[in-house]
Design a protein around this ligand. Sequence first.
Ligand code: PEP
Ligand code: MG
Length: 556
Amino acid sequence: MRIIKGKGVVPEIAVGRFFMLDKKDAGAGITPSQSCTADISAELELFRTAANTAAKEFESLAIIAKDRAGDAEAEIFETHRLMLLDDDLSGEAEVLIKEGQSAISAIRISGDRLKAMLLGSDSDYMRQRAADVEAVCGKLLEILSGGTGEIKLTVPAVIGAFDLTPAQTLTLDRDMVLGFVTGAGGSSSHTAILARSMNIPAVVGAGEIPEEADGATVILDGCEGLLIISPDEDTLNIYKNRMEEKIAERKALEAMSDVSVSYKGKKIRICANIADHAEAEKARLSGADGIGLFRSEFLYMKYGRPPTEDEQLEAYKAAAMGVGRGDVIIRTLDAGADKDIPYLGMKKEPNPALGLRAIRLCLRREELFCKQLKALLRASAKENISILLPMITGAEELLTAKKIIERIKGELARDGIAFDPDTPVGVMIETPSAAIIADRLAENADFFSVGTNDLIQYTMAADRQNSDVSYLCDGVPESVMRLLANIGSCAENAGIWAGICGELAADTDLTEFFLESGYTELSVSPPHITRIKKKISELSGASVKAFRHDGKTHMT
Ligand code: PEP
Ligand code: MG
């Protein structure tokens, strides 16, 4: 038995066989493999799927490039797409796979051969084509070995990887992935956040995972942050009992799902954070009073191309119908930092978390922003939609975004398209700058929603994905507590409401502080809703009534 320590991010337990994703030679049940393979038809299928995905991405990039830059730039991506059909590359790769190479090594070998041939040419033009081969092979490898590629298991397992991208986490097959452990990552990374909303037992920041884990039986303890490799009989029994206790605890909390809570006479909304409209139904069943944060960028990741206005409209309406009550707060595209959306063709930046992220990107790429705003406003005609602007740092940015929203309203009105002219526009407070000038921002905001994940990262200058500096954020630093208190009181003074939608909202040790600071909404992953409601009921005491969603009084 061997125990590896990381950080538990989803307090659940999983027991099962362990598969390491980024080992040299992938084992049974996992694709893609890295070198030689016995399963030729599976590898061929993988290669062809990757080539198709890459072709679609190049096609979208060509359209975007034509729009934003011109025909010559669009031509680059069209060349890349055509290269995928080239016999010297794809044809050669398929031959190599049929000879027993894995999809990954076939791409590497055929790419290297073609590059060498081009670089040896006398023609300047041909030599320059080597860079295109590099780009095409890079894209195929990215799709096959992570990037936006899905992870497929053929048997249920606990998986391990150096890291998982948010897109990979989002597409994990919940029936097959019992839990996961990553060597890297922090507890408020988007990978951890998605694991929470999917309720997958998860441990991050575990460092190097020993090879002996691969194929062994393991226990993944998401409460204590442990990966227990080849556990002995006694340990297995202890964990089996713990799993039964957890099921009993969950059952006991279920009663809280149809209760709504208040504190000192004020109704407190406990809402859900979702990344996909399909999760809204789960949020309703968990007792959510509405959607406090719809991370719309995952919609953009899901399609592998920009979702059309109509596709967005349908997704936003579906989220509102799925949750069936309260407001649905949709955050505008928060791309950038760890949420790379390849087809947007964003520049590689040395500090992406401090770069062209979220509202900054939307203001730079107005066509993207306007399309989303149109869909949001159209959805507001029939549903309680609120618009939330991420990463605002100052009043100027907020006013610019609001001016664009007003312009879109004007266009919709001119075209006779229905929308709610009073659609609330809220500011996400997640930079120290916004937190400090919350009084100024409140003059032009209908509500505040505090993104504590980023607020902590930027206040402490500690990358939320870097486990080496996560100690700086443990226990909530005093500086962050002061900012949170300031935001709450600025909102109260301005007569607008404020909520917390970052991961701290689920920390019941802070619930009283939040409520005392004036916050009236806490938005968390659906599995946390009943726990928070129970905590508020306890804080309120027996004399304070909680109301069922059906309006009937319920004493807690
Ligand atoms: C936050 O920063 O707290 C937040 C809710 O947004 P995200 O985690 O998606 O950056
Ligand atoms: Mg954020």
